[in-house]
Design a protein around this ligand. Structure first.
Ligand SMILES: Cc1cc2nc3c(=O)[nH]c(=O)nc-3n(C[C@H](O)[C@H](O)[C@H](O)COP(=O)(O)OP(=O)(O)OC[C@H]3O[C@@H](n4cnc5c(N)ncnc54)[C@H](O)[C@@H]3O)c2cc1C
Length: 705
């Protein structure tokens, strides 16, 4: 028996995850293909949001999406291991403890910071290229404020409060924005004057964010300066020592926090594996490769571009994202060296995703012996946040700044997260970025993150529950279960519509309704020369009790006639939507006269009464409160669309909204039931397939590794 073909993806970054998802989709029915993704971490890191962790805007969990989540119920083996070496001849990946054979290998191990050989920089700086890096910066910043608060020596204190960021690319600028926001929080916390804090951006070129058009660069620079950052342009760094940064101009900056964000090279791992690197040198277009020159037609080099030369460079790939050394090895993301339109492709997410998709397609093509596809990247633009509330963005011919740029960045992030782990990842993002964020550091300026303790909603829950229960019980008292009197729910249907099992034909005029009401002796008010709205309603409801289907219509028009005669009073007992309102007509004709009229009226009435009592009991007992509150809102909506829900009853809806936020966990059964339900739901296939689980999925024994 032929053994399975093994596709191994090394690196679960932007490239690796997309490749794995693409391959899974293609081969999910093919039992002869085994897909394995290996990463040193159990989670996919959202590298583009690391600055938020470094600046303490969001928590470290915000940038980790566990592979368990991404691949739950999908036949992709996830292995957590750190690969040390690759034996390309024997097709084996090796870690300290284990070996992993492959037939096809896709490498997406990313990049790492480039120091350009600048003396002392690597040893004396922080970098921002992993979650661990971000946490180190985060902790150091807080520590420096704490140290400064108790430091009597002004020189040392100044050093503690000076933060130097080298590089004004998107990583450096995004980090500076976060530190500016962070200073606003830490200064009052440690009783430090904001003017004592220096946040410096030191850049060798003459502008910030060279990837953006000139006007946006200027806007970004102006905003940074306005917020109190010092932006030093044309200021190459020549050397670093402990607590000292040396500039080419001869000046020395003393700082305890020096963060280097100046460039990316192929990762440390790429330096170790023996694949041909891309190479740009003074000798234009010279690339060493066993197969000659790749992607270099008519090439020239922009002096401003930072190319990586030598052993730690990026790995040369063909237009198929294939290594030039081994036919069954493909590469993607920050580690590739490929020229597109005479420029080396940028180390950004779009390159990672598109190159990985191309590589995955070509692995499929090799296995199925079909033609390969070439890499043809399409870039849509850049979005840079400068703190939580401002940003600049350029793409698809549009330049945005401020709120719109940040909003666009959030939208793009949500789109990416939806692709990776569906609704679950999007909801986690919304919580991290909007509803749980601290210190108002969000685009909504904290309006979405203010919280009310759940125990304050307890009286509202009990009261709303009681009201629903009473409403239901009252209906029983009014004879809703006594079917000999005909339909009680006729007000929801058009006059003349025959509900299933209803024999009586309904009268059609107000006169009929009113006379029916008076028959029951409850329409005295309606008969008076100046009837009140309440009296007319009483009459109409009596008519309704008597089985007249158009009693609601009668009530509404009568009430508006009465109210029209009282120009300065707003009648809270008038319906929110009158029966002749187009939405009410639409609802009645489509749902009530259509689908609902086929349901025997007895069943329909029992369902209304039963639902009201069930909502009431659930709310009072705090059982499935979210569902009961949502049903409460749903019922009110149905009554509104039936033309019978009045302004004075609207509090039902607002109270139910308050209860949606977990009210049942306070002195309610949800405290015990919900964790159990969550566990059960998270273990279901449907929740896992559609990414609808809450928190982390619960994998069966088979999938637990
Ligand atoms: C602060 C910051 C902000 C950024 N902002 C943007 C932005 O706004 N827009 C944009 O497009 N790009 C941005 N980038 C760049 C972007 O993050 C990278 O281009 C992207 O992450 C590259 O994806 P990748 O799949 O090649 O590698 P990565 O995402 O780096 O993933 C590599 C994976 O390989 C794993 N790995 C590496 N070596 C091994 C090994 N030996 N064994 C096992 N596992 C291994 C790692 O754990 C990691 O999960 C930003 C980067 C940073 C740091």
């Amino acid at each position: 028996m032929e053994s399975k073909k093994k596709i191994v993806i090394l690196g679960g970054g932007y490239g690796g995850v997309h490749a794995a998802k693409h391959l899974y989709k293609h081969f999910k029915k093919n039992k002869d293909i085994e897909i394995t993704l290996i990463d040193r971490n159990p989670y996919h890191t959202l590298m583009t949001e690391l600055h938020e962790i470094a600046g303490s805007r969001t928590e470290p969990e915000a940038v980790q999406i566990s592979f368990k989540k991404i691949f739950s119920s999908r036949s992709v083996n996830v292995v957590i291991d750190d690969i040390d070496a690759i034996d390309f001849e024997n097709q084996i990946l090796k870690s300290a403890h284990k070996e992993y054979p492959y037939d096809f290998l896709l490498l997406g191990t990313g990049g790492s910071p480039e120091f350009f050989g600048t003396e002392g920089v690597q040893a004396n700086s922080y970098t921002l290229w992993s979650l661990e890096d971000a946490i180190r910066i985060r902790e150091n910043v807080e520590l420096r404020f704490r140290d400064a608060a108790k430091e009597p020596n002004p020189e040392i204190r100044k050093k503690f409060l000076t933060f130097v960021i080298a590089g004004a690319g998107f990583t450096g600028i995004e980090l500076a924005g976060e530190l500016l926001d962070r200073a606003e929080v830490l200064c009052p916390k440690y009783h430090i004057d904001r003017n004592d804090v220096r946040i410096m951006i030191v850049e060798a070129k003459d502008s910030v964010l060279p990837i953006l058009p000139h006007d946006l660069r200027k806007k970004a620079e102006n905003y940074l300066r306005k917020r109190g950052a010092e932006v030093l342009l044309n200021a190459p760094i020549t050397k670093a020592e402990e607590d000292k940064v040396f500039l080419a101009s001869g000046s020395i900056i003393e700082t305890s926090t020096f963060i280097w964000t100046c460039g990316i090279q192929g990762g440390e791992f790429t330096a170790r594996i023996g694949l041909t690197k891309g190479r740009a040198s003074n000798d234009k277009c010279s690339i060493a490769s066993p197969e000659g020159i790749h992607g270099m037609a008519g090439c020239h080099f922009d002096e401003d571009e930072r190319y990586v030369v030598g052993e730690r460079g990026r790995i040369l790939v063909t237009e198929y994202m294939q290594s030039v050394d081994h036919r069954n090895v493909y590469l993607a993301g920050d580690m590739i060296w490929f020229l597109h339109e005479e420029k080396i492709v940028p180390q950004i997410v779009e390159t990672a995703i598109q190159s990985a998709t191309c590589a995955a397609k070509n692995i499929v093509a090799d296995i199925e012996k079909k033609p390969r596809v070439s890499f043809n990247p399409k870039y849509h633009g850049f979005m840079v946040s400068i703190g939580a509330k401002y940003g600049v963005a350029h793409g698809m011919g549009l330049s945005l700044s401020g709120f719109m740029a940040i909003a666009a960045k959030h939208a793009i992030n949500l789109h990416y997260l939806f692709e990776v782990a569906g609704f679950n990842a999007c909801w986690a993002y919304v919580q991290e970025e909007f509803t749980n964020v601290k210190d108002r550091r969000t685009i909504t300026r904290g309006h979405a993150s203010a919280k009310i303790p759940a125990y304050w909603s307890l009286p509202a829950r009990l009261w709303l529950g009681l009201m629903w229960a009473i409403e239901g019980v009252n209906k029983i008292g009014e004879g809703w279960f006594n079917f000999t009197g005909g339909s009680k729910s006729g007000w929801m249907f058009s006059s003349g519509v025959k509900q299933a099992s209803l024999e009586a034909t309904a009268p059609t005029t107000a006169v009929d309704a009113a006379s029916a009401a008076s028959e029951y002796g409850e329409a005295a008010a309606a008969a008076t020369p100046t009837p009140t709205p309440e009296a007319v309603y009483d009459a109409a409801s009596a008519a309704s009790d008597a089985g007249y289907a158009n009693a609601g219509d009668v009530a509404t028009s009568a009430v508006s006639t009465v109210t029209d005669n009282q120009p300065w009073s707003f009648n809270l007992d008038a319906p929110i939507m009158p029966t002749d309102f187009f939405l009410v007509t639409w609802f009645r004709q489509l749902f009530m006269d259509g689908i609902m009229s086929y349901i025997p009226y007895q069943l329909f009435q029992m369902a209304i009464v039963g639902t009201e009592i069930a909502i009431g009991l659930a709310l009072m007992g705090g059982l499935m409160t979210f569902g009961a509150a949502a049903a409460s809102i749903g019922m009110c909506l149905v009554f509104t669309l039936s033309g019978m829900f009045t302004w004075s009853q609207l509090w039902f809806v607002f109270m139910a909204i308050v209860l949606l936020g977990g009210s049942g966990h306070v002195l309610g059964l949800d405290h015990w039931v919900m964790p159990w339900l969550k566990k059960f739901w998270n273990s279901t296939k449907i929740a896992q397939k559609l990414y609808l689980y809450d928190g982390e999925p619960r994998l069966g024994k088979k999938n637990r590794k």
